[in-house]
Design a protein around this ligand. Structure first.
Ligand SMILES: NC(=O)c1ccc[n+]([C@@H]2O[C@H](COP(=O)([O-])OP(=O)(O)OC[C@H]3O[C@@H](n4cnc5c(N)ncnc54)[C@H](OP(=O)(O)O)[C@@H]3O)[C@@H](O)[C@H]2O)c1
Length: 324
């Protein structure tokens, strides 16, 4: 049987790489779109068996080229997203205009499914440009293609994430960890394999016209997450609540410091600081994956991060277990 073709935008990212593996194992053919095939090709190529993955380079996401790609696919998944704005990478363009365009083309070309990945906890964060742009994107998708599925994950973690691994690095280098808003903001971290399973189930069950909040089994405060990470890398650090005016100065300084001086990514921006004020847990406006019986298999955040945190321990993989 000829496998169904799935067009994936943002395929080289954390969720995309893991998703390609799952989809191709399930006999789907994936067309992965990237801006730079030379930079991202080697990461993408190894995610699938020969014949199941085609990599397409679109340096600029021109409507004409996108329309060409839609001719061969029956499902489109949009995973393109950014954490902060930089030169031409602006929230409005990436989070609002692009999903609106993709959903419009999905409707016009009458494809089976359009799955758009947005984010959890953006409804209340009206003072965050990230959040409002994500919401605007959701609105555009819903208006253009009623059958679309919008998935709103909380923090997604895995060995190749930008979240736990970044904190493991920071916590192993810094003598103390600043806590914004007393570290009380809540999250429902979901492992990337559980999220990609939800996406696969949405496809297999041909789910349409749904918005689903995607959460893991635990609800943890930022402080609890940091403590679990510290425990897993066997380090002790001072956790220091930072008054908001000082946090704002810190965010402004880090926002203007070039990314290459911050490990390749901005560690904090003013917009992220504002977003951090809002809990990242189900809003009760939409169903969650749990309501749909898409239950996460990986239940405990600390057990999962322990599987890869050894690289940040003193002595690495062969370090002796310390009791801390
Ligand atoms: N990971 C999380 O914790 C999390 C939580 C909530 C929501 N989400 C959302 O889930 C989606 C996927 O997240 P992720 O963690 O997999 O993201 P990621 O690792 O940062 O990857 C993002 C992808 O977006 C593409 N991209 C970035 N800027 C682009 C631009 N200007 N034009 C075209 N493509 C661009 C990149 O592709 P190329 O460089 O190959 O072109 C990259 O593959 C995003 O929308 C994100 O907001 C993620």
């Amino acid at each position: 049987m000829k496998p169904k073709e799935i067009l994936v935008f943002g395929a080289s990212g954390q969720i995309g790489r893991n998703l390609i593996r799952k989809l191709t194992k399930n006999n789907y053919k994936v067309i992965a779109v990237t801006r730079n095939i030379h930079q991202k090709g080697y990461i993408l190529k190894t995610q699938a068996n020969p014949g199941y993955l085609e990599i397409v380079e679109l340096e600029r996401l021109s409507e004409e080229r996108i329309r060409e790609l839609f001719k061969t696919c029956s499902i489109c998944i949009n995973l393109i997203g950014i954490l902060y704005e930089e030169s031409k990478n602006q929230f409005k363009k990436i989070h609002s205009k692009l999903p609106t365009l993709l959903s419009k083309i999905s409707k016009e070309t009458n494809i089976d499914q359009f799955i758009h990945i947005s984010a959890l906890g953006v409804e209340n964060a009206k003072d965050s440009a990230y959040a409002t742009s994500k919401l605007e994107g959701e609105k555009g998708v819903r208006e253009n293609f009623e059958n679309a599925v919008i998935l709103k994950p909380s923090i997604v973690y895995s060995i190749d994430d930008n979240f736990t691994t970044n904190f493991m690095t920071l916590l192993s280098r810094l003598p103390l960890m600043p806590l914004f808003y007393n570290g009380e903001t809540k999250f429902a971290p979901i492992h990337v394999s559980d999220l990609t399973e939800i996406i696969t189930q949405v496809i297999l069950n041909q789910i349409k016209n749904q918005t689903i909040e995607c959460i893991g089994p635990e609800e943890l405060s930022f402080k609890e997450i940091i403590k679990k990470i510290l425990n897993s890398i066997e380090r002790k650090r001072f956790l220091v609540p930072i008054p908001l005016p000082i946090a704002k100065i810190q965010a402004t300084l880090l926002e203007f410091l070039p990314s290459f001086l911050q490990g390749g990514r901005k560690q904090l921006t003013s917009d992220q600081l504002r977003l951090l004020k809002y809990n990242n847990i189900p809003s009760k406006r939409y169903k969650t994956n749990l309501d749909l019986q898409f239950n996460p298999k990986l239940k405990y955040f600390d057990k999962e991060i322990l599987k890869y945190s050894y690289m940040w321990k003193v002595g690495g993989e062969y370090s002796k277990k310390k009791s801390i």
